[in-house]
Design a protein around this ligand. Structure first.
Ligand code: HDE
Length: 695
């Protein structure tokens, strides 16, 4: 086995020849060649193992120490390399080097994550997704550690440990894992009205994205951009996926978690390795003090967003992910994002959540990565020159050379080490702060419901239904009725219709509304950009069609489908009764990617049933085949089918319900038309027919 940091070499630097040929010879970590990696050293064939066996001891010692603490939040994540390319200079408002030269590419590393679940939890948990971007700029690393939701649960970092304790598994029983559907979470939420805007987002389909590639990213906080004169412009950062927004249904998410707990990471891995590089636009909302003053809410309050209708998003660049990691641990696990990593020209605002994060991230890395030299790990090291006098500590890889390790010193320009540069160095915005020291929440943070309501009314009816369903689901897992009632009392302040729907779903009477910290709750205008459905893709590109094939299926139809898929830039997987594949009508064999039990329709964006009469008869007796069809239908997917597939619909109990999104496939032209129809992604009207909650 070779390690990324250094190939083992022979004493003279040559690659050693193993007995088997060109393979590198296994060595210990000290470089000593290993003769036997199968047996420990013993006193006789059946005697005790000897302490002297340094190869065994080194191997076992290293194994015993393989684990590091998982992240206290965002433990489960997946990352990839890429670049940021500037498409519109921001030189007018910032001196940040990364925003100066149009066309210049800056290396990037991006880690997506869920928040609450542990490292081995499932990908489709209902949860916020982390969207952490490290840009290796020429003036230092810039970490934009964001989420896929533009607001947060709490306003002050002081409450973060409470929020996370409440969301994580309950401490006595250590469950539920990766779920907010339990008493502690809703207890905390219902006692924390500021969380209700975020709750609307977390209960929406934003919290069950189809892919990391189909979600937005947000810097959340208000930051500052500073020009060379130190003048400040406020900024909010947005990542907008070129793939369009897309989510799955909750019932689908639950089943995906069983069928493929790695659904999101596999999707990213497959897309990048197939050359379908995910891409996001970087957008900025720029505004000045005058806007901040006139805005209905405080721009320092992370539970509020600035609607794009008020401050448009200016697109200034693109982020492309084009390379998977070489090693998950070395890169994805060891990457250390710190919100305080900002280059000259970017600065913080006084958002109390951001201020608290600036302490937490550095602190947590020291615990997680074992010492202050985590910046020496290649994935964390800047790619620009570094000169400083920090030294020693655990695992120091590159202590400064020379005699001087302090300054000022009189060792002269060559030996004296680096010096500060007031002109080039990082400067902080000279904000005037005044006032008594006090533990206080600003009154300008007091409106907890108006933007929650705005989010809700900005959703399409089907999205509103999903929010109601999610709340009913979550609160039905809450054992204490008083916690459910308290939550309802807040929902009344968000939207009376929603509160009534949820109360009905729980079978409870509505309580009195919660007393709002400030009145009135404003009816803000709907904002287009807050809906996923309204911001979906225009094509089926990058999506996956599941083709259920059987022996004897129409070869021409299959070929036409494949052609149409490739033309659309989509991908497909063949699902068959046996993994070895099927023999089509022309006698040719097609290998399967999934055996029907392992390839349920929840793994696909749309499905096609291309079966022979015998094949359909066989599958009609197979429970997974029935589920394949039932679920595809229930999840509002487009279904293409050859005429012989009818018995499958009969078995699934939907033969009489087929609608305009169930498309017969008889010719090559049908295949093209089917792929075009799939661009809509889902046939939402069907949900109203198949869901008890909708009736
Ligand atoms: Fe984090 N957060 N966070 N967070 N956060 C961490 O840092 C914290 C918050 C976010 O892929 C931790 O390295 C506090 C908001 C992401 O490695 C920790 C507060 C947003 C990631 C931490 C917040 C985030 C983290 C845990 C409230 C969106 C994963 C491990 C004051 C804007 C980064 C680590 C990765 C990770 C603290 C709130 C995003 C403990 C104290 C708001 C994407 O430092």
């Amino acid at each position: 086995m070779s390690f990324a940091y250094e190939e083992p070499q022979g004493p003279g630097g040559e690659t050693r020849q193993s007995a088997g040929g060109d393979v590198a010879v296994m060595t210990t970590q000290q470089g000593v060649p290993v003769s036997d990696n199968q047996n420990s050293l013993k006193q006789g064939a059946r005697g005790p193992t000897l302490l002297e066996d340094f190869h065994f001891r080194e191997k076992m010692f290293h194994f015993d120490h393989e684990r590091i603490p998982e992240r206290v939040v965002h433990a489960r994540g997946y990352a990839a390399h890429g670049y940021f390319e500037l498409t519109d200079s921001l030189a007018d408002v910032t001196r940040a080097d990364v925003f100066q030269r149009v066309g210049e590419k800056t290396p990037a590393f991006v880690r997506f994550s869920t928040v609450a679940g542990s490292k081995g939890s499932v990908d489709l948990a209902r949860d916020v997704r982390g969207f952490a971007v490290k840009l290796y700029t020429q003036e230092g690393n810039w970490d934009l550690v964001g989420n896929n939701i533009p607001v947060f649960f709490i306003q002050d970092a002081m409450k973060f440990p409470d929020l996370i304790h409440a969301a994580k598994p309950e401490p006595d029983r250590a469950f539920p894992q990766a779920q907010t559907a339990h008493d502690n979470f809703w207890d905390f939420i219902s006692l924390t009205p500021e969380s209700f805007h975020m709750i609307m987002w977390a209960m929406s389909d934003r919290a069950i994205p189809r892919s990391f590639r189909t979600m937005e990213g947000f810097g959340v906080h208000t930051f500052r951009l500073l020009d060379a004169q130190g003048r400040s412009t406020f900024v909010k950062f947005h990542w907008k996926p070129k793939q369009g927004l897309q989510s799955v249904l909750w019932n689908e998410a639950v089943k995906i978690n069983g069928a493929d707990p790695d659904f999101h990471r596999r999707d990213l891995w497959d897309a990048i390795n197939s050359g379908d590089y995910p891409e996001w636009e970087l957008g900025v909302q720029l505004f000045d003090d005058a806007f901040a003053e006139s805005f209905d809410f405080d721009v320092l309050d992370a539970t509020k967003l600035i609607p794009e209708e008020l401050v448009p998003v200016r697109v200034v660049g693109r982020l492309v992910l084009d390379r998977v990691v070489d090693n998950f641990f070395a890169e994805t696990e060891q990457v250390a994002f710190c919100t305080q990593n900002v280059p000259p020209g970017i600065d913080f605002s006084n958002d109390p959540l951001l201020q608290g994060r600036n302490f937490s991230y550095l602190d947590t890395q020291i615990k997680r990565l074992g010492g202050p030299n985590f910046t020496h790990i290649p994935i964390n090291a800047p790619k620009c020159p570094m000169h400083h006098f920090q030294q020693d500590g655990h695992m120091a890889m590159r202590n400064p050379k020379g005699r001087a390790n302090y300054e000022p010193n009189s060792w002269g320009p060559t030996d004296g080490g680096p010096r500060e540069d007031p002109a080039r160095g990082f400067t902080t915005f000279e904000e005037v702060a005044d006032g008594p020291k006090q533990r206080i929440r600003s009154e300008t943070f007091a409106d907890h419901y108006s933007q929650a309501r705005q989010f809700f009314v900005s959703q399409t009816p089907i999205e509103q239904k999903h929010i109601g369903d999610a709340l009913v689901f979550e609160l039905s897992k809450v054992e204490r009725p008083d916690i459910r009632l308290r939550t309802l009392s807040h929902l009344l302040n968000v939207d009376e219709g929603l509160a009534a729907t949820v109360a009905d779903g729980l079978g409870m009477a509505l309580p009195d509304r919660a007393r709002a910290a400030c009145a009135p709750i404003t009816d803000l205008p709907p904002s287009e950009k807050l809906s996923i459905v309204r911001n979906g893709p225009a094509t089926f590109k990058g999506r996956k069609l599941g083709i259920l094939l059987t022996d004897g299926a129409d070869a021409k139809l299959f070929a036409a489908l494949v052609k149409a898929i490739e033309k659309e830039g989509a991908v497909y997987e063949v699902i068959a009764p046996k993994i070895a594949g099927v023999t089509l009508s022309d006698g040719k064999t097609v290998a399967a990617k999934q055996k029907i039990d392992g390839g349920p329709s929840v793994l696909y964006d749309a499905v096609a049933l291309v079966v022979s009469a015998e094949g359909a008869a066989l599958l009609a007796n197979d429970a997974p085949a029935k589920d394949f069809v039932t679920d595809a239908f229930a999840h509002c997917k487009f279904i293409g089918f050859s005429a012989e597939a009818q018995p499958l619909f009969a078995k699934a109990g939907i033969a009489d319900d087929l609608d305009e999104a169930c498309l017969p496939l008889t010719s090559a032209r049908d295949a093209t038309a089917f792929l075009e129809a799939c661009r809509t992604l889902r046939h939402w009207p069907r949900e109203l027919e198949v869901d008890l909650d909708a009736q």
